[in-house]
Design a binder for this molecule. Structure first.
Ligand code: ADP
Ligand code: MG
Length: 641
């Protein structure tokens, strides 16, 4: 018996039991080796005119024998001589394929695409097999050789029989134990699944004999009560689809083909809204095919949703969902990235250097952004549908990055314009701003209908300024994180985003300001009584510069608006977060005269009653709930009685 040529048996043990986390990849590794062997022979035929062979003679075959508990992977590739077997399978971490790649450096690509590189993949078969036998005949050789090992001590090489060039790798599966069951590898379904999953895009056909059922011809003398009879038969089928659609140029693929690929591979019923195909060459070359789904998957906004793109290296699946390839706010994008340039870690389950991945991710993000911008500018209807499904995530991206991701996300947002009665981008809002308007105004509430009726919104509109009506709970948080929009690279000329219901809107003219000051001075006592009556509910009571029709409204000072308070109050620390409310009164409204009269008559109870009514009705208008609805109702009744 020959000993494995490594420092210790420990290494082999390590290889088999510690490198891989997922034992089912053994089939991927064996098929990859088979594909490499076929690739090498094909390459030889390209350079050596004496080798006559057509591409369809080349292929891979997977079969199983339930009784013997064997799984066999065969190929019609280059095969191995006795020396090859000894060197390639007897030396752990020796990769002939890697050397081949190095020697024929620039051939990789169109014609050949070698997968192997570490010289360990073959040993992954010992994760599932108690014995591995390899029968191989090198191209052009007369004799075949058999290599056999139990993956523990060593291996043997003896003369063997094989009709044609190529290799069979025959695994005798381990016995099942309480914890481990290997039987799925002895089923047509199980093997087919693995082939489709990991090796679907291997460039040579992977064939398997599959069992099918067909209806027997109806006998001539069959009566009316004839029940159709079926029989099983077997047929050789190519399991993999071979052509990695992402490697083809967009001009060579029809949209129907893309749609089909998207629906089957990403399990969606509807066509994608966008298909983005990327082919990058240079220091880091890769192909990518990305899809924006036509609608949001039901679990998109749930915790369990996993973002990511499928990562392939040389057509072989490495990772089903590589998270690092997508920023959170583009988590809805599905697709594939394939690069030969990635430095995979030895198990080929992860990458060694994330910097390469980060570089690709950056480029991909840019591509997605520009595609969405393109849709926004050229297919507004489609974009609005897209935004309906995924806009929330984009806004959340701005909020959760504290505004750092404002570029480019802000440009992708749509909001409902009160003035134009349709969705607009922030750029369109700014573009349409009237003379003298310094800020972007927005209002937050439950529905567009309701917001349209809000006194403050009406006032701002009355000044000729548009108001964005925001109805998603993330809107205000997004705007607060953004602070402003537009301007040059240094933020020069950016327009501040202002909630019409918070802070000082600075909309009043000099004259109006003077009027307000005067009214305040003349009615010092009244404002004092009102504040006293309302206690801690408000921080102050003032004359409003923003009301036209309504008698009063509630605004806020400081960072927390009424809407924010409403949203945050549902959270864990909700009760601690309070807005600082201001009761603003319209001095031109008849109600103000009534208040003055009550104050002048010295009827403190009446002033308190009025204060209460005004405060609560203003809250109701804002869509806020009032603290004591029963007391409010009683007060209204008291007034009517
Ligand atoms: P890698 O594929 O990374 O080189 P493996 O451990 O999978 O490493 O295989 C080791 C070597 O064995 C390969 O480089 C190749 O030379 C040889 N080999 C494995 N399987 C086959 C096969 N089916 N036909 C020909 N050569 C093979
Ligand atoms: Mg390999």
């Amino acid at each position: 018996m020959r000993k494995f040529k490594t420092e210790s048996k420990k290494l082999l043990d390590l290889m088999i039991n510690s490198i891989y986390t997922n034992r089912e990849i053994f089939l991927r590794e064996l098929i990859s080796n088979a594909s490499d062997a076929v690739d090498k022979l094909y390459f030889k035929s390209l350079t050596d005119k004496s080798i006559q062979l057509s591409k369809d003679e080349l292929g891979i075959r997977v079969s199983f024998d339930k009784d013997a508990r064997t799984v066999t992977v065969s190929d019609s590739g280059l095969g191995m001589t006795k020396d090859d077997l000894d060197r390639n399978l007897g030396t752990i971490a020796h990769s002939d394929s890697m050397e081949f790649k190095a020697e024929n450096g620039d051939m990789q690509g169109e014609d050949v695409d070698i997968i192997g590189q570490f010289g360990v993949g073959f040993y992954s078969s010992f994760m599932v097999a108690s014995k591995v036998r390899v029968v191989s005949k090198a191209y052009g050789a007369c004799e075949a050789w058999g290599w056999e090992s139990d993956g523990v001590e060593g291996y043997s090489i003896e003369a063997a029989e094989r009709a044609e060039h190529g290799t069979d790798v025959i695994l005798t599966l381990k016995d099942n134990t309480d914890e481990d069951n290997y039987d799925t590898y002895l089923t047509e379904y199980g093997l087919k699944n693995l082939i489709k999953r990991y090796s679907n895009y291997v460039r040579y056909p992977i064939q398997m004999e599959v069992t099918k059922s067909r209806e027997l011809p109806k006998p001539e003398d069959a009566g009316d009560d004839y029940v159709p009879q079926y029989e099983d038969y077997t047929e050789v089928e190519t399991i993999n689809s071979m052509i990695p659609i992402w490697k083809r140029r967009k001009s060579e693929v029809t949209q129907e083909e893309y749609d089909e690929f998207y629906k089957t591979d990403f399990h969606d019923f509807s066509d994608p809204a966008r298909t983005i195909s990327v082919h990058a060459e240079g220091s880091l070359s890769y192909d990518a095919l990305l899809f924006v789904p036509g609608r949001a998957p039901f679990d998109l906004y749930s915790k369990d949703y996993q973002k990511g793109l499928a990562l392939y290296s040389s057509n072989v699946l490495i990772m089903e969902k590589c998270e690092e390839l997508l920023p959170d706010y583009y988590n809805f994008v599905r697709g594939v990235v394939d690069s030969q340039d990635l430095q995979l870690n030895i198990s080929r389950e992860t990458l060694q250097h994330n910097s390469q991945l980060r570089a690709i991710a950056k480029k991909i993000e840019k591509k997605i952004t520009s595609d969405l911008e393109n849709m926004r500018d050229n297919d507004r209807e489609g974009y609005e549908a897209f935004f309906e499904s995924f806009g929330r995530g984009l806004k959340y991206g701005i909020y959760s990055s504290y505004g750092m991701q404002k570029d480019p996300l802000a440009g992708l947002l749509l909001f409902f314009s009160a003035k134009q009665d349709k969705l607009v981008t922030l750029a369109e809002y700014v573009e349409a701003m009237s003379e003298g308007q310094e800020s972007i105004y927005y209002a937050v509430g439950e529905s567009v209908e309701r917001l349209n009726k809000m006194p403050i919104v009406k006032t701002v509109l009355g000044k000729g300024f548009d108001v964005l009506l925001c109805t998603q709970d993330v809107d205000e948080f997004c705007f607060t994180a953004m602070r402003d929009f537009g301007g040059d690279e240094n933020g020069e000329g950016a327009k501040e985003l202002k909630n019409v219901a918070t802070g000082d809107l600075d909309l009043a003219t000099e004259e109006e300001k003077k009027d307000a000051e005067e009214v305040t001075k003349d009615n010092e006592d009244l404002f004092k009584s009102l504040k006293e009556a309302l206690g801690d509910s408000v921080t102050k009571v003032v004359v409003s510069a923003r009301l036209t029709d309504a008698p009063a409204c509630i605004t806020t000072e400081g960072p927390v608006s009424l809407e924010m308070e409403k949203i945050l109050s549902q959270g864990p620390d909700g009760d601690d977060i309070k807005s600082q409310r201001v009761l603003e009164l319209n001095a031109k409204h008849p109600v103000f005269e009534t208040l003055k009269a009550a104050q002048d008559s010295g009827d403190a109870d009446k002033v308190k009653l009025y204060a209460d009514l005004l405060y609560n009705q203003a809250l109701l208008v804002e869509g806020m709930s009032i603290d004591d609805p029963v007391a409010f109702a009683q007060n209204v009744a008291k007034l009517m009685a």
